[in-house]
Design a protein around this ligand. Structure first.
Ligand SMILES: *[C@@H]1O[C@H](CO)[C@@H](O)[C@H](O)[C@H]1NC(C)=O
Ligand SMILES: *[C@@H]1O[C@H](CO)[C@@H](O)[C@H](O)[C@H]1NC(C)=O
Ligand SMILES: *[C@@H]1O[C@H](CO)[C@@H](O)[C@H](O)[C@H]1NC(C)=O
Ligand SMILES: *[C@@H]1O[C@H](CO)[C@@H](O)[C@H](O)[C@H]1NC(C)=O
Ligand SMILES: *[C@@H]1O[C@H](CO)[C@@H](O)[C@H](O)[C@H]1NC(C)=O
Length: 671
């Protein structure tokens, strides 16, 4: 009798579930590969970015075309949790804030459907980048971002500067977008009757282990370490890369004057792995390399110099000037570049920074204390004019752009220097620190050995760097440079191709730099954590060796063991050139002083305190979620089965003597 009841119950459940599950599984359950997450970062007192719950966030897809769709989901939609799929025009700070405040929204998928050329602005960065550091940090606390913010305010402003409680992913992959849209229109509309049906849903997993702030997270990591090595977050950092035009002598030169020519190595973006940094970083970086190369050629035959030029590329500048603040810190300790050969802030005669250069006939300069009589500036202005580039003053004594130079000025405002950039009182970059700061943003097209037009970015960079190298040469030697030497446009084109387009490029190859193209088809300018150096850093190290390397007569074996007794240099064997190169290129840690001082309070705000959260898995899956009615049915049937089995077991136990005739058992219990 019991067997029969059980059998019937099992069949009932089995049949129903088989029927529905088959349906559901047939429909879909798949990964959406071409998606990129927003991750979590922390400073000494807060967290920024996105996270999901430990097991991922699930929500019914809601496709948003306009504000009607948007308002509907914030009203009282039938389901408990939704993941919004929306386009750039709806991805505003204000809208995200509304979603963050609603307890029914469990994720956001940003879908770029329109062609890149139709996107006119997107900068999720703060309107005042690095607003708490540099001159604005302690002890000066100068407000350098008034009266107009450097990064123009838009509907997207500051999205990167807040913590969002839901995961946010980005995709521009057409196949993915179509999958989401088709699944939505097949299952989720009409919206009013969603309770009655199976619905298309997403599961977003992007759980971040770090939480609260760097202070808490580093403390937890250290605590856990003794028992079980678990890291919750890692300090952001990488290397600063530098090279003097004339190698540093191994004997101290305490009164030597130095001109520093600087640019940055990093950029930033809301989405992990999508940081092209073309205008914020690459054009200035390439201009610096091209200038260094020409200046090196110009000086190679003039041994007497009055002052030296040091080219430095700072890393981690997007995160409260990690790299430059560290160099200043080391300079004050007499440790930079070498303890036996320190350069102090007083030794800097001039600081030239290149910042967001674009192909523009007019380049602006920003200086804090206008040295109206700077002979460098006068000379450079006239040299640039010969190439049709005008140099204009955009300085004001309170409005100073975010720049590595700020780290130096914060310690000593007397250092004279100029930040050259293609912007006056506000950035002209509409994609500052975003995934769209790409080749299109700087209007760059690789010529691949065909003619380079005079009005191209390549020509501009070559002209600007020729003027700059000649002026620097004059500062170094007090002589005029040979007027026939110019920066090589072809080389500039090859460098831009590597730094802006693709790592599968001639310049990287010529510099003996091979990249695993599978992993890094394009350079990513996000600084990342110190444990692995960024591809940008590695390429730039190779670039400086090749551009500022002196060919020496040595075999491959001799080359690697070569030591120059009088200068700080290193020799490298070039497989491509089949020669030995002696170079003064070197690198120093771009790690914030906050993480090297044992007793530093990360919440103090004196040094950059940024860390990146650790995560384990990040993915997005799409699937069809059974209808609430079906879920209730499974629940009810489950309960019925449970109750029935209890009753059945009780009944079987009681009647076991009659049901199963086990005489020996009975005997045993009777003893
Ligand atoms: C962290 O960032 C917040 C907001 O940007 C800022 O108010 C705070 O001072 C920063 N904390 C530190 C320690 O830098
Ligand atoms: C908003 O988009 C929906 C489709 O998702 C459409 O039915 C509706 O008419 C649109 N409303 C407005 C005001 O454009
Ligand atoms: C989003 O919500 C979380 C948790 O409620 C909150 O801590 C955070 O500040 C909110 N973010 C914004 C930008 O309001
Ligand atoms: C900067 O120059 C002023 C005036 O020449 C001088 O009083 C001051 O001590 C200098 N500051 C530093 C940090 O050298
Ligand atoms: C950088 O300088 C240090 C100190 O002299 C030296 O040990 C190191 O090999 C140098 N690195 C390179 C890449 O030249």
């Amino acid at each position: 009798m019991a067997n029969v009841i059980l059998f019937i119950a099992c069949c009932f459940v089995g049949l129903c579930t088989a029927e529905e599950t088959k349906n559901v599984h047939d429909k879909m359950y798949m990964m959406l590969e071409a998606t990129t997450p927003c991750v979590l970062r922390l400073n000494g007192s807060q967290s920024f970015g996105c996270t999901s719950s430990r097991n991922g966030n699930v929500g019914v897809i809601h496709l948003v075309h306009n504000s009607t769709d948007f308002d509907w989901v914030l009203g009282s939609p039938p389901m408990d949790s939704y993941i919004l799929a929306l386009n750039l025009d709806m991805f505003s700070f204000e809208n995200l804030k509304k979603l963050n405040d609603s307890d029914r929204i469990s994720g956001v998928l940003l879908m770029q459907k329109m062609p890149r050329k139709d996107i006119v602005k997107f900068s999720p960065e703060d309107t005042c980048p690095n607003r708490y550091s540099g001159l604005a940090g302690p002890p000066k606390r100068k407000n350098t971002c008034e009266p107009v913010p450097w990064n123009p305010k838009t509907i997207y402003s500051s999205i990167s500067m807040y913590k969002w409680k839901m995961p946010i992913f980005f995709t521009k992959d057409n196949a993915t977008i179509t999958k989401v849209e088709e699944c939505y229109s097949r299952f989720n509309v009409p919206l009013e009757t969603q309770l009655e049906r199976s619905l298309c849903a997403l599961k977003m997993s992007a759980h971040m282990f770090g939480s609260v702030d760097s202070t808490t997270c580093i403390r937890r990591s250290n605590m856990a370490y003794s028992i079980n090595p678990i890291r919750f977050c890692d300090p952001l950092g990488d290397d600063n890369v530098w090279a003097p035009v004339v190698p540093f002598s191994r004997t101290p030169e305490p009164n030597r004057k130095y001109i520093i020519v600087a640019a940055r190595l990093d950029s930033n973006s809301l989405f992990y792995g999508l940081t092209p940094g073309a205008l914020s970083t690459a054009t200035s970086l390439v201009t610096l390399l091209s200038t260094a190369h020409l200046l090196f050629q110009l000086t190679s035959s003039s041994p007497t110099i009055k002052q030296n030029v040091l080219f430095i590329l700072f890393n981690g500048e997007a995160y409260d000037y990690i790299g430059s603040s560290r160099v200043v810190y080391d300079m004050n300790l007499g440790q930079f570049p070498f303890p036996e050969h320190p350069i102090r802030l007083e030794n800097i005669s001039l600081f030239v920074e290149l910042s967001q250069l674009r192909n523009d006939k007019s380049v602006m300069y920003h200086t804090l204390k206008s040295p109206a009589t700077s002979n460098f500036l006068t000379d450079f202005t006239s040299k640039a004019a010969t190439f049709g580039i005008t140099i204009n003053d955009a300085s004001s004594n309170s409005h100073f752009p975010p720049a590595s130079f700020q780290s130096f000025l914060a310690k000593n405002e007397n250092i004279s220097g100029f930040v050259f950039g293609s912007y006056g009182s506000q950035f002209t970059n509409r994609f500052y620190h975003s995934l769209y700061d790409d080749a299109a943003n700087v209007n760059y097209t690789y010529t691949d050995n065909s003619t380079i037009a005079d009005d191209s970015l390549q020509a501009f960079v070559a002209n600007f760097s020729t003027a700059l190298a000649r002026s620097l040469y004059r500062q170094m030697t007090e002589k005029e440079a040979d007027g026939s030497s110019v920066a090589d446009r072809r080389l500039v084109d090859e460098m831009l191709h590597c730094y802006v387009d693709s790592t599968d490029c001639k310049f990287a190859n010529d510099s003996d730099y091979s990249v695993d193209l599978r992993h890094y088809p394009q350079l990513d300018y996000y600084v990342g954590v110190r444990r692995s150096l960024s591809q940008v850093t590695l390429l730039t190290r190779h670039a400086l060796v090749h551009l500022l390397g002196r060919s020496v007569n040595a075999s491959k074996d001799e080359c690697t063991n070569r030591v120059n007794p009088s200068q700080y240099t290193h020799s490298y064997w070039s497989d491509v050139g089949n020669r030995c190169l002696e170079s003064a290129m070197n690198a120093t840690d771009a790690v914030s002083p906050a993480f090297i001082q044992a007793d530093y309070d990360l919440a103090a705000g004196v040094y950059s305190s940024w860390t990146e959260s650790v995560w384990q898995n990040i993915d997005v899956r799409i699937f069809v979620q059974p209808s609430p009615g079906y879920e209730r049915l499974v629940f009810v049937v489950g309960n019925v089965v449970l109750v029935t089995s209890f009753v059945a077991i009780y009944w079987i136990k009681r009647n076991s003597r009659e049901l199963f005739n086990y005489p020996h058992l009975m005997t045993a219990s009777n003893i």
